[in-house]
Write a protein that binds this ligand. Structure first.
Ligand SMILES: Cc1cc2nc3c(=O)[nH]c(=O)nc-3n(C[C@H](O)[C@H](O)[C@H](O)COP(=O)(O)O)c2cc1C
Length: 338
């Protein structure tokens, strides 16, 4: 990082916290963020995060062990708060000595932050903060760092853009806390902007999904290279009784299938065969299956091509090390010009 002193200085706090060379996280992406991509990111000086998604504790244990064989650098594990075996998964991370756990998909349930920090190998906790009030609450409840993620991002999204979240949160929080900015970052110039505003680092997903080390199917990657920003659209909620978290993905037949799935789940709800949280879990299982179909099977018509708006800046497959180096160089150039 000696080549990029201005950027390295702004990233210092974040990098120290992560234990990595740069404060660039590759956000967990279900099916994509597995041993190969995660270890490649950490080996290249970034911070990789395993996407646990719907994995069982046994599968997660294996994934962590296999990742540890490929890198001796730190990496994190992303756990979805609504996973029915969340506490078993936390135990798996603890046993394996995972240094950082990211809690995603909602407010961490009671006791989860304490469990992560209070095991045999206490880990650092990173949470997603959708609003300033919640950010403060999460920090009070023991979160060591926060990610703020705007609606430009790929995957599940909130309603507010990254630039607005950054303006709301960074001036209030960044001096005393570690805040990582995510959503819509495709180039180092944008990264430099958020670092200058006080961010401890950044998190990217879409930019890394098609890295050479990513196991995503070649057709999944091709769809990304062909797409422009406006092709990455947010899903819509079709039934007011069934609140679904919007998902940003490239428009295809799968987008329409999601509408049908919502109607199907809403009908089951109407018959009161299931509770609301079970209905929402069914929707999440649907997404996990649809994403697998696209990422692993290469079914880019019917599967889910979760992608952020920065997808339009992706033109070719590049090794992770090249992507990180480009981001750092672009950031340095921007900071030098100022
Ligand atoms: C294909 C894909 C799958 C994702 N899966 C997850 C996930 O399982 N858990 C999670 O917390 N975030 C997930 N995300 C969000 C990323 O971790 C990251 O925060 C986001 O991609 C950052 O915004 P960007 O796409 O604009 O770079 C996913 C994103 C993509 C593109």
């Amino acid at each position: 990082m000696n080549d990029y002193p201005k950027t390295a200085r702004l990233m210092q706090r974040g990098a120290d916290f992560l234990g990595s060379e740069t404060a660039i996280l590759c956000g967990a992406m279900s099916w994509v963020s597995e041993r190969n991509l995660v270890s490649a990111i950490s080996n290249a000086g970034g911070f990789g995060v395993i996407a646990c998604g719907a994995m069982t504790p046994e599968l997660l244990e294996t994934e962590i062990a296999e990742t540890q064989k490929l890198t001796d650098k730190p990496f994190g594990v992303n756990l979805i708060t609504m996973h029915p075996q969340l506490f078993d998964l936390i135990e798996v991370c603890d046993k394996a000595g995972v240094s950082h756990v990211v809690l995603a998909g909602g407010i961490p349930p009671k006791g989860s932050v304490e469990a992560i920090k209070g095991g045999d190998h206490p880990a650092k906790v990173i949470c997603f903060a959708p609003t300033l009030a919640l950010a403060k609450k999460l920090l009070r409840s023991g979160a060591d760092a926060l990610v703020i993620e705007g609606m430009e991002a790929g995957g599940h999204i909130g309603p507010v853009s990254t630039s607005v979240l950054a303006q709301e949160m960074l001036p209030e929080l960044a001096e005393d806390h570690l805040i990582f900015v995510a959503g819509g970052i495709g180039r180092g110039q944008a990264m430099a902007g958020y670092l200058e505003m006080g961010a401890a680092g950044v998190q990217l997903g879409t930019r890394f999904a098609c890295a050479s080390e990513s196991i995503a199917h070649p057709d999944f990657k091709k769809a990304f290279f062909r797409a422009s920003a406006r092709d990455a659209i947010a899903s819509v909620q079709v039934d007011p009784r069934l609140p679904v978290i919007p998902v940003r993905a490239l428009k295809n037949k799968g987008t329409e299938a999601f509408t049908a799935k919502q109607r199907e789940v809403a009908a089951i709800l109407d018959r009161e065969d299931i509770a609301m949280n079970e209905a929402q879990l069914q929707i999440e299982h649907y997404w996990a299956g649809a994403l697998r179909r696209a990422v692993i099977d290469g079914d880019v018509e019917n599967g889910s091509l979760m992608a952020g708006q920065s997808v339009g800046m992706l033109k070719e497959e590049e090794p992770v090390a090249v992507i990180i180096d480009k981001l750092m160089a672009q950031s340095e150039e921007a900071l030098t010009r100022r």
